[in-house]
Design a protein around this ligand. Structure first.
Ligand code: HEC
Length: 401
């Protein structure tokens, strides 16, 4: 295993573990907030109480502000899961997308931009993205939260579209994911944690606590909550090149994000507090409709204009197929690739022997002809005629004699 592959697997593993811990926490606290029970006997600083059953005993939990001077010795904070998720994510971005001359970041058929410029654009958009989002919520957001929300949605969708113009398809998705993750992390470290520090200070010093700070932190935490579902889709999207490399990849991501956040909204609106819930159909139906929107986006948009418009009407011999594969695919898809970036066969796929080529025939047609996203970034300069020749051979039965 190469060093960069080793880094890749270690970072990916840690990213997944930290991400599950962070998102899991966020979901649980959100759920608790929505299920708190407010009763008359709770003090005026209380925001509600809840009993939960887990791992063999009851948990009694109350959400409240503390009276001045009541600060306990030990208070648990939740911030390092978030930091670890973000840091490993940035590490992955660098390892996978910035290393190897930014081979995964740039696709010359999308936009012919040099690796240095592409990397600068990627880093720059993360920084400016956070600054713009934060500025919106520190200005318009204070008085007009709805306007701020609309601005942020437009800004996010605009970013997705912009990324799809400069980066390779999968990089455009991942860049969006890192932008969302960076905004969520900024929310934790620059808004939620500072507001909690002030809360602790106020509790210790006995000064009145500013409820505005608590509300602000709650609002940012809610933004994070809605962003998780689209973000998790982006994390798995790299396996689905039918979406990421499609010419309308930005539209697919926008529609899936709307659907994903919609499912989250329906799940959030389910609980009314104190054990009360909306009628099942009042939240489950909108959840299914939102999920349906996401799936329709994937199914319908990714099929628009899918079939390449070239074709041939004569049979293609296996000798010809081997010739094409040898020149256009084997530089990467071989036991010993000759490519300068891919030192081991990508996706474990080798096309060295006739049997290997035959076994892979349906996948070859799908990626080379239907989706036309192989060879990778068309690095080996396959022609449209050759794509059609490979497809014709597959459709005729993929015979190797
Ligand atoms: C420059 C290197 C490169 C070349 C050349 C190349 N590929 Fe790939 N291929 C990749 C990479 C990287 C992946 C994994 C990422 C992906 O699926 O997009 C991949 C994945 C695939 C997959 C998906 C395998 C799976 O099981 O998911 C198929 C099929 C494929 N390539 C077919 C081909 C064919 C056929 C050719 C020649 C016409 C070709 N590739 C040329 C780099 C290359």
């Amino acid at each position: 295993m190469q060093l960069s592959e080793l880094l890749d697997v270690i970072l990916r593993w840690a990213h997944l573990i930290a991400g599950i811990m962070w998102v899991g926490n966020s979901m649980l606290f959100n759920w608790i907030d929505r299920n708190l029970e407010k009763t008359a006997e709770l003090g005026k600083l209380s925001q509600g109480k809840i009993y939960m059953l887990h791992s063999g005993a009851f948990y009694e939990m109350e959400k409240k502000l503390l009276a001045p001077g009541e600060m306990p010795n030990l208070v648990h904070w939740f911030k390092w899961q978030n930091f670890t998720t973000w840091a490993t994510g940035i590490g992955l971005l660098i390892t996978v997308y910035y290393f190897h001359g930014a081979a995964f970041l740039v696709d010359p058929s999308v936009h012919d931009v040099g690796p240095e410029i592409a990397i600068c654009l990627s880093v720059g958009s993360l920084l400016t993205g956070w600054l713009i989002y934060d500025a919106i919520w520190r200005t318009v957001g204070i008085t007009h939260p709805r306007v701020a929300s609309a601005l942020c949605v437009i800004f996010l969708f605009g970013s997705i579209w912009g990324f799809s113009l400069v980066f390779s398809g999968r990089a455009a998705y991942v860049e969006t994911g890192v932008l969302i993750g960076t905004i969520m992390t900024g929310n934790v470290w620059f808004v939620i944690v500072p507001s909690q520090k002030l809360l602790v200070e106020a509790t210790i010093s006995g000064k009145a606590q500013d409820p505005k700070l608590s509300l602000q932190a709650k609002a940012r935490s809610l933004h994070n909550n809605y962003l998780t579902f689209p973000l998790l889709f982006i994390m798995v999207s790299n396996h689905f090149s039918a979406a990421t490399t499609h010419h309308l990849n930005w539209l697919i991501l926008i529609v899936v994000s709307i659907g994903g956040a919609g499912v989250r909204l329906a799940m959030n609106s389910r609980y009314l507090g104190g054990g009360k819930q909306l009628a099942t159909k009042a939240w489950l139906l909108p959840a299914f409709v939102s999920g349906g929107v996401a799936i329709l986006g994937l199914m319908v948009i990714s099929r628009i204009d899918l079939k390449p418009k070239y074709g041939i009407d004569h049979p293609v011999t296996f000798a010809r197929v081997q010739e094409i594969v040898g020149v256009r695919c084997v530089p990467c898809h071989s036991q010993k690739p000759s490519d300068d970036v891919f030192r081991s066969p990508p996706a474990g796929m080798m096309l060295d022997t006739p049997e290997q080529i035959k076994t892979m025939a349906p996948k070859i047609k799908y990626r080379v002809y239907d989706l036309a996203n192989m060879p990778f970034n068309n690095k080996t300069h396959i022609t449209d005629l050759e794509r059609a020749e490979l497809a014709t051979w597959v459709v005729a039965g993929a015979h190797i004699e």
